[in-house]
Design a protein. Structure first.
Length: 180
């Protein structure tokens, strides 16, 4: 469930000092609207296509019960939109990035599930801004800490998180089998 927030807190513009190579517009953040979900789903699946383990599983095992990795991502999105905070970043009125997540209110711990930038806007610093925007949103909702997971093979994502001061606390492996 998306929590109600003070809209003034979402119109936060992060500092631009890190992005010297690109002249881009700063992002404005707001909660996603249901009519945007299909477009958000599409650009997020495209963004994750090259790195998702679901695609890797398909290469080895084939589609699962006739559902390929894209179809499984679409099913996953229905839950994301129903159960998580879905924050979008806009540049000049165009949605160019999204972040989703939840907050454990007892632990005051935010969990960032998805962070994606539209393919037309890669390498402009919007992933960094979207990450910062989601952290600001979670903080405004009471979170004190945040965590996320990133595949070891996602060099760009891991470089971003390290450069933003995140601390790696564990590594895990994803195993897969066809049940005999």
């Amino acid at each position: 469930m998306v929590s109600a927030v003070n809209p003034a807190r979402l119109n936060h513009t992060p500092p631009r000092a890190y992005n010297r190579r690109w002249k881009t517009m700063p992002l404005t953040f707001r909660l996603a609207r249901p009519e945007e979900y299909n477009a958000l789903e599409s650009f997020t699946i495209d963004a994750f296509g090259p790195i998702t383990w679901l695609r890797t599983a398909d290469v080895t095992f084939g589609p699962l019960n006739d559902l390929d990795w894209r179809q499984r991502w679409q099913r996953r999105f229905r839950k994301v939109f129903d159960e998580q905070i879905v924050l979008v970043g806009e540049a000049e009125g165009e949605v160019v990035a999204l972040a989703t997540g939840t907050i454990d209110r007892d632990a005051l711990l935010g969990y960032i599930d998805l962070l994606a930038v539209h393919s037309n806007h890669h390498r402009k610093g919007y992933g960094r801004e979207m990450l910062r925007g989601m952290l600001a949103h979670m903080k405004s909702e009471g979170a004190v800490h945040a965590h996320l997971e990133c595949l070891a093979t996602n060099a760009a994502g891991n470089a971003l998180y390290a450069s933003e001061g995140w601390t790696e606390v564990a590594r895990s492996l994803r195993w897969f089998i066809k049940i005999p």
